[in-house]
Design a protein around this ligand. Structure first.
Ligand SMILES: Nc1ncnc2c1ncn2[C@@H]1O[C@H](COP(=O)(O)OP(=O)(O)OP(=O)(O)O)[C@@H](O)[C@H]1O
Length: 235
């Protein structure tokens, strides 16, 4: 469904991604692990169009999308939940969600209504707080809002960057429960998550990134692969 082939990305002269190849198949949740600063967020931003690859191919269902602007990539069905959440100040929860619709123009009001209802049933707390300013929500609720805002656009694939960073354990549980729900619904996800021990129980496959390149690949359900992952990140 999504494939990166030998992707290189630079920030100016800094050569951050140095030949990343990975894939996400339909219905698959794939983890991207690695230490701080190895380029995980840059992988996400390169797929989402926030930065352009300097070499290599980014393919969505076989079609090249590398270097397209973010809004076109979004319209192709890739939803990006960035690490910093980007809740719009001065807008309520519902207004933040309605902005998510703008990524899929041409839908009817009835479709938008159904989509909002579906979101509020998946995220009941957002439904209760729909009239509250988005930026006044707790960190965990803001993370949920960031995820919900992308989901209203009915993405075919989700990129989720560090969704539990800085959140209390109870909220981390809730975010993982939500992601398990998304996995059950068959929404493919590429997930960057520092909480590797937790994430390994969610992902079907994983990659480890080191200094801008993939150094390990494995199955989340395979004990030997999981041990290799722990060893790799402990070095
Ligand atoms: N806009 C930018 N301009 C220049 N360098 C950048 C920029 N963004 C990131 N970098 C650098 O690129 C490298 C990879 O950063 P990136 O954020 O992709 O790593 P990461 O693995 O996601 O790290 P973290 O776990 O800390 O979020 C780092 O050395 C970082 O300092």
């Amino acid at each position: 469904m999504l494939e990166l082939r030998d992707v290189h990305t630079h920030y100016g002269l800094s050569h951050v991604l140095q030949g990343v190849s990975l894939r996400v198949e339909p219905g698959e949740v794939v983890g991207l692990f690695g230490r701080n600063g190895v380029g995980k967020t840059t992988v996400m931003k390169t797929i989402a169009g926030w930065v352009a690859p300097s070499r290599g191919a980014v393919l969505l269902e076989g079609q090249p999308i590398g270097g397209l602007p973010p809004e076109r990539i979004c319209r192709r069905g890739i939803g990006f939940v960035p690490e910093d959440r980007r809740i719009f100040p001065g807008l309520t929860v519902q207004e933040n969600l309605v902005l998510g619709f703008m990524q899929s123009p041409g839908r009817s009001r009835a479709e938008d209504r159904r989509s909002l209802d579906a979101i509020y049933s998946r995220f009941p707390r957002l439904g209760e707080r729909r009239g509250q300013m988005g930026t006044t929500l707790s960190g965990g609720e803001q993370q949920m809002l960031a995820m919900a805002r992308v989901l209203v656009g009915a993405p075919r694939l989700l990129l989720i960057d560090e969704p539990t960073e800085g959140l209390a354990p109870k909220i981390v549980d809730e975010i993982f429960t939500l992601m398990e729900g998304l996995r059950r619904d068959g929404i493919p996800i590429l997930l960057v998550e520092q909480n590797m021990h937790r994430a390994i129980g969610l992902v079907q496959r994983f990659y480890v990134l080191e200094r801008g390149a993939i150094v390990l690949e494995g199955d989340g359900g395979n004990t030997a692969h999981r041990e290799a992952l722990v060893r790799q990140l402990a070095v």
